[in-house]
Design a binder for this molecule. Structure first.
Ligand code: ZN
Length: 1003
């Protein structure tokens, strides 16, 4: 090998990441006339796959033995207008500031990829040709031609992703340039302005000193967000300096860290074919036990994290390659423990590049995935490439997953990939990875995606030479519904079996370590304040009177309806009342009685009263009144019954309005909450306080309450909920969740009002010094999780709950004790009798697999039945569930993307009216859909579904089955259901994109 080839090789390995993300070989070809024609053709052939082009191009450079090829490559880069920056970067000619930025980009290439996600939605409304014009300054002539051609051939919508794809390979300064340009032009060009603003929202260009300082203090800052993107942490800076003076360019080699271990000891490889759980014991010995100081490497910018004594105890078995569940309380540092295990895994058992298998880290939720990914970036030396993959349904791919050392992901993504029929998928079998870590592993039971992944693992047991090592991390082993010790133990063992934790459960046992751990984990003070649920004030009485009146109307209709549960009792049981409403509406939809519409109206009014009553108990009069008002607008007054119901409703509403500010109607519980909060702020002015309550609807009502209170409003209360919509209240998107959490940390919002599941598990709401648990039921896992949120020293937890909740809560306290006891028993058992334990695991494993097979059989049967239904294509008639008016035939419906049912008959439009969606929510339903309006029955105003905009092109009515009564045409027998999957027919599939293309052609 000549020295030139060597240089070239070093160069390629050093700058591989730059090339992968930014090199565009096509435009270099004209400056490199000596390249082989075959290579040229091949590169041209893959003009749509830049990454592939790069592979071919670099391979060609390495294999071609031509003298001067390295120089010729550098010259070509230098001559190519749009890639000169890469040349300058490699030769150190780029000014410091830019160099630093680019290094940051490359280190965060995945962050850069995110740009794609950011821009794309903005482009739905943009015409591709206009966009090409806007981006003209940064695109080469050839690219412009290519893109214009794509516009002509594919149409605007399909050309857009290509434009993004191309622009993402440009010198990253284009964002700033575009922004400046748009600003100078005063946003006169609409497309340019929209795009520039969208980008500016995410990428702050003004390197405001204060901002930078702020970002630096936040260790868990996301690399992908705003300031962090263009601002840089000091670590990279120092590294650049070192890199410039070092010939081997240490900075870039870290991108390919494995090579420094590949020449170490290839013989080790053979030992690795041992049984998974036994592997690496030898290497561990060589490693001289726990040498965590070795994590620190001299010129790494990352901060070295030393394990604490008790953490050493936690990692020990895992570092020996054994399958274990690591169980430690929240705040004990399980993620750091995981990082240590991962690093040890790469250093001891994964020395060979050829056989290297990467690490997957599973989290149960999307938000947690991003957060844990950030932690790994912080905890692992930067030579380890990390990435995270998460998203909705099948929209997220595992493409390129093996380019990273640690990938944090939600299990469903892997399952989708494994189940995919794509011949060129990224993952075929689970043993392509060497180490699987499950965060919050207590979920690994039943049909949770965690367990589905594990079932794939067990499915490989006989075929695989080397199953991956499995580690579970949790604060609680979980005892399901168990009430006795035996049952609880069984639940725990089942979890161990599901995770194949043959080496058992690791907890901190050493007494000294225990003491140390106690010091580090949060142990908040807990206080209980009884809630006052006695309400016999005028507001309460007014609602009760209204409900009695409605009930009387209902009775007069003489429909056979069971008595409503007693709503006048203190401590109103919302759940039971709701259930009654649902069941009554169902039976009214099925009856042929002509008065059923009126009866249903009564139930609907009652339902609102029930909800208002509940809101009144938990929140305050204003919230209840708001609900009353919103409903009055949507009710028809076509029959005499409806007219009188409406009158009762509005009369009551007017009386209630006057009572809102009556001190007799103030909620004493809110006063308690306010007291707790103000006391805490008086004691610690920079406190962070979280108020947790059961439902989203309360969360918003409580926010309104705080905002109406001068003292509380000063702390800028904000809501924090999970993703899902419940009871008509929208969840928050991940982006929103993260933004809120960020401003909570920074102190912009000092109070968060949250639902337990949003905050209890997942997103790290570190450093709360007061958590108020307002009247919701806890389960033992959640209790521990929530305690973990009160991490700040001296943190405090206050429970404000009604008798009913407190009683059930007490039961949960017992269950927590039971769980702790059983964990100790289990650990002892595993230590004392390994054989018996393993045997039990095997049995439980078989049990789980049997359950699984039964499930599969059930599914098969279901799908067969479904297929039968599909085949038969029997006709059903849909009537409005309230007024029973005929709406359409099941043959008029089509199934889109296996998810939405649309009515394709033009006449359908005549039968419904539209209403603005009550909560103006711009959130999209996935990539392609956007909610526009509510669809309601023209006759009776019953909610039938929504109108949604598809790909910004056409509006379609998406109907929900709950609004209809279904009758079999042949027999006339009626049927109602709340879920589409239970419907007795399956509409034909329709591919909207085909329709869309046809429309484009017609143009
Ligand atoms: Zn109707």
């Amino acid at each position: 090998m000549t020295s030139e080839q060597k240089d070239l090789e070093v160069c390629i390995s050093n700058y591989r990441a730059v090339f992968d993300y930014f090199l565009t070989p096509l435009s270099l070809l004209e400056f490199m006339p000596t390249l082989r024609d075959e290579a040229r053709k091949e590169i041209q052939y893959f003009h749509d796959q830049p990454r592939k082009q790069v592979d071919i191009f670099l391979k060609e450079l390495l294999e071609c033995e031509e003298r001067g090829i390295y120089q010729s490559f550098l010259d070509a880069l230098n001559r190519s207008e749009d890639q000169r920056w890469i040349h300058d970067f490699m030769t150190g000619k780029l000014n410091d500031e830019l160099t630093v930025k680019f290094i940051y980009h490359i280190e965060n290439a995945e962050a850069f990829k995110k740009l794609f996600d950011i821009i794309q939605p903005q482009l739905n409304v943009i015409d591709a040709r206009t966009l090409i014009t806007v981006l003209r300054p940064w695109l080469s002539e050839g690219e412009k031609d290519d893109l214009n051609e794509k516009c002509n051939r594919l149409g605007s919508t399909y050309a857009l992703p290509w434009i993004i794809y191309f622009i993402l390979r440009k010198k990253p300064t284009w964002i700033k340039e575009l922004y400046n340009h748009a600003e100078e032009a005063n946003y006169s060009n609409e497309v340019e302005g929209t795009l520039a603003k969208a980008l500016a929202q995410y990428f702050i260009f003004d390197e405001n000193e204060k901002n930078v300082a702020e970002e630096k203090t936040q260790s868990s800052e996301l690399p992908s967000t705003s300031a962090a993107y263009f601002d840089l942490h000091s670590g990279v800076n120092t590294k650049v300096n070192e890199a410039e003076t070092s010939s081997s360019n240490e900075l870039h080699t870290k991108l390919h860290h494995v090579e420094n271990s590949s020449h170490d000891d290839p013989d080790d490889k053979d030992n690795e074919t041992l049984v998974n759980s036994e592997q690496n014991i030898d290497t561990e010995k060589v490693d001289d036990g726990d040498t965590c100081t070795e994590i620190k490497e001299p010129c790494d910018p990352y901060q070295s994290y030393e394990l604490r004594g008790y953490q050493h105890e936690l990692v020990k078995l895992a570092r020996q390659g054994k399958n274990v569940i690591i169980c430690a309380p929240p705040g004990a540092g399980k993620t750091l423990v995981a990082a240590n295990i991962i690093q040890n895994y790469y250093e001891t058992s994964c020395r060979d590049d050829e056989t290297k298998r990467n690490v997957l880290f599973f989290t149960p939720g999307i938000a947690l995935a991003q957060q844990q990914h950030d932690r790994f970036k912080e905890y692992l030396p930067s030579k380890y490439m990390t990435d995270y993959r998460c998203g909705y349904g099948e929209s997220t791919s595992l493409l390129g997953v093996k380019d990273f050392d640690v990938v944090v992901l939600t299990p469903q993504i892997l399952l989708n990939e494994l189940n995919s029929k794509d011949e060129h998928k990224s993952v075929y079998k689970i043993d392509e990875f060497g180490l699987l870590i499950y965060d919050e592993c207590h979920h690994c039971i039943g049909s949770h995606p965690f367990n589905k992944v594990m079932r794939k693992y067990f499915g490989l047991e006989k075929d695989s030479d080397q199953l991956p090592q499995i580690i579970g991390l949790t604060a609680t082993l979980g005892i399901g519904k168990a009430k006795t010790k035996d049952a609880a133990l069984l639940e725990m063992k089942q979890l161990c079996a599901n995770l194949n934790a043959v080496a058992g459960v690791v907890t901190v046992c050493d007494s000294q370590n225990k003491k140390e751990m106690e010091k580090h984990i949060a142990n908040p003070d807990e206080n209980h304040l009884p809630v006052n649920m006695k309400r016999d004030d005028p507001f309460f009485k007014e609602i009760i009177t209204l409900m009695r009146n409605i009930e009387q109307v209902l009775k007069n209709l003489k429909e056979p309806i069971p008595q409503a549960p007693d709503y006048s009792q203190n401590d109103f049981d919302r759940q039971r009342f709701k259930q009654w409403c649902v069941e009554t509406k169902k039976s009214l939809a099925l009856t042929e009685s002509p008065l059923s519409r009126n009866a249903r109206s009564c139930v609907e009014y009652l339902e609102v009263c029930g909800e208002a009553l509940d809101l009144y108990y938990v929140c305050r009069a204003e919230a209840a009144l708001k609900l009353f008002e919103s409903v009055a607008e949507s009710q028809k007054q076509d029959t005499s019954t409806e007219i009188s119901l409406y009158k009762y409703h509005t009369d009551a509403m007017n009386k209630l309005k006057k009572l809102c500010n009556d001190p007799r109607c103030a909620n004493p519980n809110l006063a308690k909450i306010k007291n707790c909060i103000l006391e805490k702020f008086a004691e610690v002015p920079d406190s962070r306080i979280m108020l947790m309550t059961q439902m989203k609807i309360y969360v918003y009502a409580l926010k309104d309450w705080m905002n109406d209170d001068d003292k509380l409003e000063a702390y800028q209360p904000e809501v924090f909920t999970g993703l899902r919509t419940s009871a008509g209240v929208k969840g928050l998107s991940i982006k929103k969740q993260q933004a809120i959490m960020k401003s909570f940390r920074s102190g912009r919002h000092k109070i968060l009002i949250s639902t337990p599941h949003a905050a209890g598990e997942g997103i790290d709401v570190a450093d709360c010094n007061l958590v108020i648990n307002y009247n919701f039921l806890r389960n033992e896992s959640l209790t521990l999780q929530i305690k973990g949120r009160v991490r700040k020293r001296g943190g405090e937890m206050v429970h404000i709950s009604s008798d009913r909740v407190a009683r059930r809560d007490q039961l949960n306290v017992h269950r927590t004790q039971l769980m702790n006891e059983c964990t100790d028993i289990l650990v002892d058992f595993i230590q004392s009798d390994q054989m018996a334990y393993r045997k039990e695991l095997e049995g439980l494993n078989k049990l789980d697999m049997r359950r699984f097979h039964l499930e599969v059989l059930k599914k098969l049967k279901e799908s067969q039945e479904l297929e039968k239904v599909k085949q038969s294509n029997e006709e059903f008639l849909l009537q409005c569930a309230k007024c029973k008016g005929f709406v359409c035939s099941s043959h008029d419906l089509r199934l889109v993307e296996n998810a939405h049912r649309i009515n394709i008959m033009p006449e359908f439009k005549e039968k419904y009216e539209i209403m603005e969606h009550p909560r103006k929510d711009k959130r999209q339903m996935g990539q392609d859909w956007k909610k526009i309006n509510k669809v309601i029955c023209k006759n009776c105003n019953l909610d039938w579904g929504i109108e949604a905009l598809y790909k910004g092109v056409f509006v379609l009515p998406l109907i929900k089955i709950e609004g209809f009564r279904i009758t079999k045409k042949s027999t006339g027998s009626p049927f109602v259901t709340r879920k589409w999957k239970n419907a007795p027919f399956v509409p034909q599939d329709i591919n909207l994109d085909v329709v869309l293309n046809q429309l484009c052609d017609d143009e």
